[in-house]
Design a protein around this ligand. Structure first.
Ligand code: PEP
Length: 250
């Protein structure tokens, strides 16, 4: 979208120990040269966040978390608040990733609470939506997306505090991607629905990322689709060469 600066977001999921920081360092070093005009963030495991923030310091690459608890603090063993992520140097946090929705039973309501909590802590929420294979086959894709937007994108979402990631669940980690025309149709539908939900001015400046098996080889085609303002990348964000290859195709 012409007036929107793309975002290339990486999601390391449950991958990465100290040894992986050299890969992050290579991404930070190469980012400015690879990115003609894009923002970049790598969402690392919380255990690496503070060191990762140190590694990217001084570069234009940023770091983020992969999930947060809605509360600021409290008796929630094992959980991490957005304030804690921010304290470690996070700028973004992913909420409602399909793996969280599936593995932890997160509902749209929980995802909305997490997004609001992210804003409270000054973080940018990357809110994930997307249909399963069964839902796509049943022709329910647009209904599912509408329901997820209505339920997990809270009022108050703005182009500066929120990024929407469209990730067809069946395309995540499978090497499968939708046809370009299907990505285009889904993103147009999302933009249209967000206009109704948040107003045209907000919706037209909000970043809509595509996620699901984005690789250096398909990134150019996907990133040039109308209403695709960047990508959320899992597997291909683990290696600097892959991530920078995608960044370079913006
Ligand atoms: C993701 O987990 O958000 C994702 C898109 O994964 P992959 O790129 O590996 O499909």
């Amino acid at each position: 979208t012409p007036n929107i600066k793309p975002l290339i977001a990486g999601n390391w999921k449950m991958h990465g120990t100290s040894a992986s920081l050299s890969s992050l360092e290579a991404m930070a070093t190469g980012f400015a040269e690879a990115a003609s005009d894009a923002d970049g963030v790598i969402c690392v495991p919380a255990t690496l966040l503070e060191r990762a923030a140190g590694v990217v310091e001084g570069s234009s690459l940023q770091v983020g978390g992969q999930d947060c608890h809605p509360a600021e603090k409290g008796a929630h063993t094992g959980d991490i608040s957005p304030e804690m992520l921010s304290d470690c140097g996070a700028i973004y946090v992913i909420v409602g990733h399909s793996e969280r929705r599936a593995d932890h039973g997160e509902s749209d309501g929980v995802v909305a609470d997490k997004a609001k909590a992210a804003w409270r802590a000054g973080l940018i929420a990357i809110i994930c939506i997307g249909e399963t294979e069964a839902q796509r086959k049943a022709g329910e894709t647009f209904n599912v997306l509408e329901e997820q937007m209505a339920g997990s994108v809270p009022a108050g979402a703005s182009a500066t505090n929120t990024v929407i990631a469209y990730e067809p669940v069946w395309a995540i980690g499978t090497g499968l991607t939708p046809e370009i025309a299907d990505i285009e149709a889904a993103h147009a539908h999302i933009r249209q629905h967000l206009r109704k939900q948040l107003g045209a001015e907000t919706a037209d400046s909000m970043r809509l990322l595509y996620g699901g098996s984005v690789k250096p080889g398909n990134a150019g085609d996907i990133l040039s689709v109308e209403n695709v303002d960047g990508a959320l990348i899992g597997g291909a964000s683990l290696k600097a060469e892959d991530y920078l290859g995608i960044v370079g195709s913006v």
